[in-house]
Design a protein around this ligand. Structure first.
Ligand code: HEM
Length: 415
């Protein structure tokens, strides 16, 4: 019998991460997109979407596409060098976005800054601050976890990690919270520009901190480690330190905020026997963190890349500068990928585990992110063993990048 060609609705009718339906339940939309084809043109974002894991892994691993925001066809034009503000100076030719060869060199030379010892030392500084947050909270009957705890964590960890002295904290706080907006391709030009202005201020502060640290080196933090690396490698210069710190702020703030909220929500929403299993050890929690990330499906746009030239890619002709989004989260509730995907199981096996990316751009901050979340969750559940959700939290339509909650009210049951 001859096959009848079926009319399929345009994908934007089935998949829209800015819709209320996606916020309430992204799973049917993710499955619809993944079922459409391995690579799909998404008109509203003028972007191709890579939907399936083998292709995403290959793309992560071999890097046929550019990670440089300035290669995007709609990115602001690169101004001439004599008109560069701090922002362009830091972002054009960004160490972590630049050509793969320079990127690999930077990753190699900075690896001592992410060694076990340095992460341990940073962790030791963050721990008392997290305890202090809980001390200040006291023992209320009900509290908003976002307002009282999670909103403070990125700021605490970035300032302690980099070693930014207290006198700069009030100035740098807003920047840390809005920094990723400077390169988000899906928001308005005005909003990106405001974030860019903020970023310019931050760079001035970072330069001052670096100058001070040069006069008083050998402190036990990331910046001192980077300054030592600078002395030993003539291809690693102050500009690289600044862009690296900005990358840490950018990559480490929003991700931490999202992870904090979904960790609490998923542990409280599911069977309580999962909580002791998740918190049994740092290793157990590391796996639980991947399950939290899978079960929650919080991502809206995945990871952006740009065609560096007119090229063929996965059987499609890409125009120079077009955006290509990799969306590993589309698989997260696919029954062909995970057995019983609706079940929250902190002992689920992930192979490969791609929560922190894969290949040459694997997350630099993975160890730190896991340790800081483990620390906060352990603190929460040891202070309030019977804590529960006080209400089903409402999702926040405004967030530019992820599904998050407007507030996360918890009932402590401690009295
Ligand atoms: C829950 C927390 C986090 C998650 C889920 C996460 C996830 C990821 C993923 C998936 C990538 C690869 C992105 C891509 O291929 O485009 C990445 C890269 C990166 N992450 Fe994280 N991250 C987290 C926290 C952090 C923290 C706390 C830091 C800094 C301290 C950090 C620093 C970075 C940096 C600098 C990169 C870019 C690496 C490169 O291009 O070589 N991340 N992260």
């Amino acid at each position: 019998m001859a096959e009848v060609a079926q009319e399929v609705p345009p994908i934007e009718q089935l998949f829209n991460p800015n819709s209320g339906e996606y916020l309430e339940n992204p799973i049917p939309q993710c499955l619809a997109l993944a079922g459409r084809a391995p690579i799909v043109w998404y008109e509203p974002w003028q972007a191709w979407i890579v939907t399936r894991m083998p292709d995403i892994l290959e793309c992560w691993h071999k890097e046929p596409l550019s990670s440089d925001f300035y290669d995007w066809e709609f990115a602001p034009a690169r101004p001439p060098e004599d008109q560069w503000s701090n922002f362009e100076r830091a972002m054009i030719g960004h160490s972590l976005l630049a050509d793969p060869e320079h990127h690999r060199l930077i990753r190699k030379v900075v690896s001592p800054a992410f060694s076990r010892n340095v992460v341990d030392a940073i962790q030791a500084k963050i721990e008392p601050e997290v305890k202090k947050l809980f001390d200040e909270l006291g023992e209320p009957e009900v509290f908003d976890y976002k307002e009282k705890i999670s909103n403070h964590i990125p700021f605490i960890s970035i300032t302690r990690m980099v070693g930014i002295p207290e006198k700069y904290w009030s100035e740098i706080k807003d920047v840390i919270m809005t920094f990723t907006e400077t390169w988000n391709p899906t928001i308005s030009d005005e909003r990106r520009e405001a974030a860019r202005q903020n970023c310019n201020k931050a760079i001035d502060i970072i330069k001052e901190v670096i100058a001070e640290r040069r006069d008083a080196p050998e402190q036990d933090d990331f910046l001192s480690t980077l300054l030592k690396i600078e002395q030993e490698n003539d291809k690693f210069v102050e500009g690289d330190i600044i862009t690296l710190i900005l990358a840490l702020i950018g990559a480490g703030s929003d991700t931490t905020l999202v992870a904090q909220q979904w960790a609490v929500y998923s542990l409280l929403k599911n069977d309580r026997d999962q909580i002791p299993k998740a918190l049994a050890s740092a290793e157990a929690f590391s796996n639980a963190f991947s399950e939290i990330n899978r079960w929650g499906v919080s991502s809206k746009m995945g990871f952006a890349r740009y065609a560096p030239r007119d090229m063929e890619f996965m059987g499609q002709q890409l125009r120079k500068g077009v955006m290509v989004l990799m969306m590993p989260h589309l698989k997260d509730h696919d029954p062909e990928y995970y057995e019983n995907p609706e079940k929250f199981d902190v002992e689920r096996v992930f192979d490969p585990d791609v929560m922190f990316g894969y290949g040459p751009r694997y997350c630099i901050g993975a160890a730190l992110a896991k340790r800081q979340l483990f620390l906060t969750m352990t603190e929460l559940f040891s202070r309030f063993p019977d804590v529960e959700l006080a209400e089903e939290p409402e999702k926040d339509l405004e967030d530019h990048n992820a599904i998050v909650f407007k507030r996360l009210m918890l009932k402590t049951n401690c009295k």
